[in-house]
Design a protein around this ligand. Structure first.
Ligand code: BTN
Length: 230
């Protein structure tokens, strides 16, 4: 049985909290009403109005090679998009977007290794459930689809989805990639990632994005921010 979801009113960062708990078992999950030092990808800050949003981290202890960590993120992105609803799409690698392209959720995975292997991955998810930060690029689920959700219920559903989705990475990675592709707004789109512009043609088993530029050259991209240019 997995540990119950722990809910705190305020903390610095749920990812940082779980990183400190070195012996927390697989499936340990922590949800905060508010974070004072929320972390985003690529060293950014994750801001979220207090109250009805999800700031959640989950401890994963998968028996997988380190190269599979990006796939854990892709599986998590699918789980996040699923709890958000049918209309939401994933932008590579794991932002969840509203149909108008505004971001409703993001994922930050942090790994601890032991002897060159994964010890644990802290999978952090932020979802703008009922309120978004005041940025033109952000939106909340409520403002997009008008549905009011029980935040704690949604978080519990999400923990279940993350644990079942990531558990498929070892045994059936192709099914994870298929689910990700089916939810993706990136594949087939004209994109710019750093210096590279072209059409996103696919992702591979290490979660890398492939882009074909207009000179016919293929690029394999491991990390970055995708800008839609079509
Ligand atoms: C991103 O899109 O940049 C990733 C955002 C991840 C935010 C979540 S909120 C819960 C967890 N704790 C953190 O400090 N960050 C992640």
């Amino acid at each position: 049985m997995r540990p119950p979801l722990e809910i705190v009113a305020v903390t610095g960062s749920t990812n940082a909290d779980l990183r400190e708990r070195e012996h927390a078992p697989h499936g340990t999950a922590l949800l905060a009403d508010r974070q004072t030092a929320g972390k985003g990808r690529l060293g950014r800050v994750w801001e979220s109005p207090p109250g009805a949003n999800i700031q959640l981290s989950v401890v994963l202890r998968p028996a997988l090679p380190i190269a599979r960590v990006p796939m854990l993120c892709l599986a998590t992105a699918v789980a996040v998009a699923e709890v958000c609803g049918e209309i939401y799409r994933i932008k590579w690698p794991n932002d969840v977007l509203a149909p108008d392209g505004r971001k409703v959720a993001g994922i930050l995975a942090e790994m601890e290794t032991l002897g060159g292997e994964i010890d644990r991955v802290i999978m952090g998810v932020g979802i703008n459930v009922a309120a978004a930060p005041p940025l033109p690029t952000a939106a909340s689920l409520l403002e997009i689809d008008g549905l009011s959700r029980d935040r704690d219920e949604l978080a519990r559903e999400l923990v279940g989805g993350i644990l079942s989705g990531t558990s498929r990475v070892g045994a059936d990675p192709e099914s994870v990639l298929e689910d990700w592709r089916a939810r993706s707004s990136t594949i087939g789109a004209a994109v710019r990632v750093g210096e590279v512009s072209g059409v996103a043609t696919g992702i591979d088993a290490e979660g890398a994005l492939w882009v074909l530029d207009d000179r016919g050259q293929r690029h394999r991209i491991l990390a970055g921010d995708v800008e839609m240019i079509g």
